[in-house]
Design a protein around this ligand. Sequence first.
Ligand SMILES: NC(=O)c1ccc[n+]([C@@H]2O[C@H](COP(=O)([O-])OP(=O)(O)OC[C@H]3O[C@@H](n4cnc5c(N)ncnc54)[C@H](O)[C@@H]3O)[C@@H](O)[C@H]2O)c1
Length: 240
Amino acid sequence: MDRLKGKIALVTGGAQGIGREICLAFLREGAELVISADMQLGEELPNLRQVQLNVTNREEIAEFVANLKEELGRIDVLVNNAGITRDALLEKMKPEMWNLVLDVNLTGVFNMTQAIAPVMMANGKGSIINISSAAGVYGNIGQSNYAATKAGVVGLTYTWAKELPRKGADIRTNAIAPGLIMTDMMKTVPDKVLEPIREKTPLKRLGTPQEIANTALFLASDESSFINGQVLSVDGGLRL
Ligand SMILES: NC(=O)c1ccc[n+]([C@@H]2O[C@H](COP(=O)([O-])OP(=O)(O)OC[C@H]3O[C@@H](n4cnc5c(N)ncnc54)[C@H](O)[C@@H]3O)[C@@H](O)[C@H]2O)c1
């Protein structure tokens, strides 16, 4: 009940889906405050603060983080979860689809971490969790843009795992690579695509947002205090 006792966590895209479950898990485990930064607002909960924020808007982020710093003085956990898809086969992928997905899924992660990491460094500690994807590690038909961003997030994870602790700060950066998880994002994926993936997964099912949230909880908590620069596959064995 108190694995995150006293911690302040910021979760991007926390209004629904995986981000929402991560907020709920953090609250359940005693987080002092969870802030969801999302373009939309979800259902209200005690100790959950919802802020409307677009991770691609650097001005919005600068103002938001300056206010947080003044009010709270620290952020213990950052979960870069906000993400979108705009799927198409390579020959049909329009530059707008490429650019939008790159902007949200990759530049958004850079924007948020560039703003929050100095707050963590000033406090000498923090845990950053980037939500990547099996598509980023193994590729996926129709997801050139998405796979590129999720592979990019892995590169950012390894880089920050080395770069952020270099002045003695206890800042860990890890990533989660979910397989197929049943959320709204999956509603756009036709069943003829989902079925073979389900079949190829040794556990013969899709994952739940709670299963990703449980992993984020572990990486956010002090239980994972020596885990840094790890990409954890949570995919029922899909990759094998
Ligand atoms: N669902 C899956 O199968 C799956 C698999 C692997 C990885 N992921 C990743 O998990 C994360 C969450 O996915 P989900 O399935 O919960 O998606 P979702 O679409 O249910 O939720 C995404 C949330 O992000 C928010 N968001 C989108 N653009 C934003 C922006 N510019 N600024 C702030 N917030 C923004 C949305 O409003 C939404 O609340 C994503 O990064 C996704 O790529 C999902």
